[in-house]
Ligand binder design. Structure first.
Ligand SMILES: [Zn+2]
Length: 161
């Protein structure tokens, strides 16, 4: 089934508290630690850190690659810096990513990072986002936050192919 030595976990993977298979090394990023802390999960986090979870930072190279690809697919705005960190970490280590976040899964697909969702089935196809002005309806292919015609903000939508 899973062809990997380890798993990189995002915040949602820890939040739902699912037990991970004991044979894998488990890795999270510093951003995940911060998010769990913020969500009042400190006790659970301490327990995890005391047992089997390692905290590692991704390389700058991988992070740069993740950021560049997220801008191409349009996922950039949907991804937090922590999301980008865990993607870069999975890329560095060659580990499988455990996440339920569709934008993370989408980018993992683009980057050739294997992933598995905890609840839903992972996406099969890579999709792109389009950006649409909420004022005049103009469509943009790239991540534009403000319409150049009327100055209204844009909304993201999954692009139909
Ligand atoms: Zn507009």
């Amino acid at each position: 089934m899973i062809q990997t030595k380890g798993l990189v976990l995002d915040t949602s993977a820890l939040y739902y508290g699912k037990d991970m298979p004991p044979e894998f090394e488990l890795v999270i990023s510093p951003g995940v630690v911060r998010e769990l802390d913020r969500e009042g999960m400190k006790e659970r986090l301490e327990l995890l850190l005391a047992t089997r979870i390692k905290v590692l930072s991704p390389s700058k190279e991988s992070l740069t690659k993740v950021i560049a690809e997220s801008e191409k697919t349009g996922d950039s705005r949907r991804l937090s810096s922590t999301d980008k960190e865990v993607l870069a970490l999975a890329l560095d280590l060659g580990y499988q990513l455990m996440t339920d976040d569709y934008s993370i899964q989408n980018l993992a697909e683009v980057l050739g990072v294997s992933y598995e969702g905890l609840e839903q089935k992972g996406i099969r196809k890579v999709f792109h986002w389009e950006f649409r002005c909420v004022g005049c309806g103009k469509r943009f292919d790239s991540d534009v936050t403000e319409c150049d015609i009327c100055g209204s903000p844009t909304k993201t939508k999954r692009k139909k192919r």
